[in-house]
Design a protein around this ligand. Structure first.
Ligand code: RB5
Length: 145
């Protein structure tokens, strides 16, 4: 899989671990920033990753910030993106199986590395189940506003 990865300053350190995990598991990726711990605005990086996925440059995206909430809200503003905030590994699996989520978001501050690795394992070992879930996804877009 080719993965776009981004964060804000709060996710900067955890992002390094995520990149190592991806490399170790044979994924290709692009680190879309930030490239230091200097304070940045999470929508800038969430939009960068989400737009790259929506345009088909990457199969999926991974985003992290302090809570994961900000990046998930911002990423979901990009048409074609289904960003899922996974608070535990099971959420990551279900986001793939039921929601065909294409951007994984999580908290860099409220998860330890072991949990993040479990979230990544769940995400990458799960696939979309289709069927009734496709019908529900079709009802998400286009949105009414
Ligand atoms: C940054 O302090 C923090 O607000 C951000 O990382 C994120 O948690 C926002 O949702």
């Amino acid at each position: 899989m080719n993965i776009a990865v981004g964060s804000d300053h709060a996710g900067y350190e955890m992002k390094k671990n995520v990149l190592s995990w991806l490399e170790h598991h044979g994924h290709t990726f692009e680190d879309m920033g930030p490239y230091s711990e200097d304070s940045v605005d999470y929508p800038d990086y969430a939009h960068k990753v989400a737009e790259a996925v929506a345009r088909g440059r990457f199969d999926q995206g991974i985003l992290m910030c302090g809570t994961g909430i900000g990046v998930s809200i911002a990423a979901n503003k990009v048409r074609g993106v289904r960003a899922a905030l996974a608070c535990r590994p099971e959420f990551a699996a279900l986001a793939r199986q039921h929601n065909d989520a294409n951007v994984l978001c999580f908290s860099a501050r409220f998860n330890d590395l072991a949990t993040v690795e479990q979230i990544l394992e769940s995400w990458f070992s799960s696939g979309f189940e289709g069927g009734r879930h496709q019908r529900r996804i079709d009802k998400i877009e286009p949105c009414c506003c």
